[in-house]
Design a protein. Structure first.
Length: 190
């Protein structure tokens, strides 16, 4: 398989997409607190969400592995692809506990790279907001992969008092709106 170059999306588009995701999910948490708290409590051990999220993470990783220039390891690309696929299946089969939490950690780690790549050689508030978010994703992703029970404990702590849940949703909503508004401003007003 030849090296395929994927283009990096522009900064405003990334900000708008992440802003929509953050503000939408956190707004849902504010508008439907009981339903979202119940879902959040079930999600870390959910086999369905674990399977779905692990599949997304595995496909994303396989695409990266198939399209990245591996330099001197390029002749081993097919073996690496097969190994990554086998490891994903083995993870799904033999590590079912907190699979959804681990998969979220994988996705956060995978998502940090394109965000950081998009902000490279950029300037301004939007760049700093996205860089901070990407590094937070990477740090949280490392903890979720290594210690996924921390997500369950954090969710239980936030869900134990409704005011904590709302206090956790507001910063995410505001951060998402900041990214969305600044992304729209850069996209249409620049």
């Amino acid at each position: 398989m030849d090296f395929i170059s994927l283009t990096t999306p522009n900064l405003p588009l990334v900000a708008i997409l992440i802003g929509l995701l953050l503000s939408g999910t956190h707004l849902l948490g504010l508008l439907l607190p009981e339903q979202t708290m119940a879902w959040a409590r079930r999600m870390p051990r959910s086999r369905f969400w674990g399977t779905l999220l692990l599949t997304v993470a595995a496909v994303w990783f396989l695409i990266i592995l198939a399209t990245t220039d591996l330099g001197e390891f390029s002749p081993m690309r097919n073996k690496l692809l097969l190994g990554a696929l086998v490891l994903s299946v083995l993870l799904w089969k033999f590590v079912p506990d907190f699979l959804a939490s681990r998969s979220i950690g994988f996705l956060l780690l995978l998502g940090a790279h394109p965000v950081l790549e998009t902000t490279f050689l950029q300037a301004g508030l939007l760049k700093m907001a996205l860089v901070l978010l990407a590094y937070a994703w990477a740090l949280i992703g490392l903890f979720l992969v290594g210690m996924p029970y921390l997500q369950r404990d954090a969710i239980e702590w936030f869900c134990s008092a409704p005011w904590r849940w709302k206090a956790a949703c507001w910063p995410g909503l505001l951060y998402g709106l900041l990214l969305l508004i600044d992304g729209v401003r850069m996209s249409f007003l620049s």
